[in-house]
Design a protein around this ligand. Structure first.
Ligand SMILES: [Zn+2]
Length: 85
C-alpha cells in the first residue's frame, strides 16, 4: 500500500508500510551498538544520524529489549557505567 503522507527511505524498510521489518532492523542496529559498548544516548544518536531512525522508535525498541533481557542489560549497564563518560 502506498500513501503520499510519507516518503519511504531507499536504505531502510519503511516504518509505515513494513513496521515489523523496520522494528527488527532497529533491534539489529541496537544490538550492534551494544556490541560496541555504546550507552543508550549514544545508541539513539548513532541510529538517528546513520539510519535516520527517530529517537522515540529507538527508545521504544530499546525498552522492549530491556524487558526481554533484564539480566543481560543489568550486567551490561554494570560494565558500561564503570567506564568514564
Ligand atoms: Zn512506506
Amino acid at each position: 500500500m502506498k500513501r503520499k503522507s510519507h516518503s519511504c527511505q531507499p536504505s531502510l524498510p519503511c516504518f509505515h508500510c513494513h513496521p515489523i521489518t523496520y522494528i527488527r532492523l532497529v533491534q539489529h542496529l541496537i544490538e550492534r551498538c551494544l556490541q560496541l559498548k555504546m550507552g543508550r544516548g549514544e545508541c539513539v544518536r548513532a541510529l538517528a544520524r546513520h539510519a535516520c531512525v527517530h529517537p522515540i522508535v529507538t527508545l521504544t525498541v530499546w525498552r522492549g529489549l530491556e524487558k526481554e533481557n533484564t539480566e543481560f542489560f543489568q550486567s551490561y549497564f554494570h560494565a558500561t557505567s564503570s567506564r568514564p563518560l
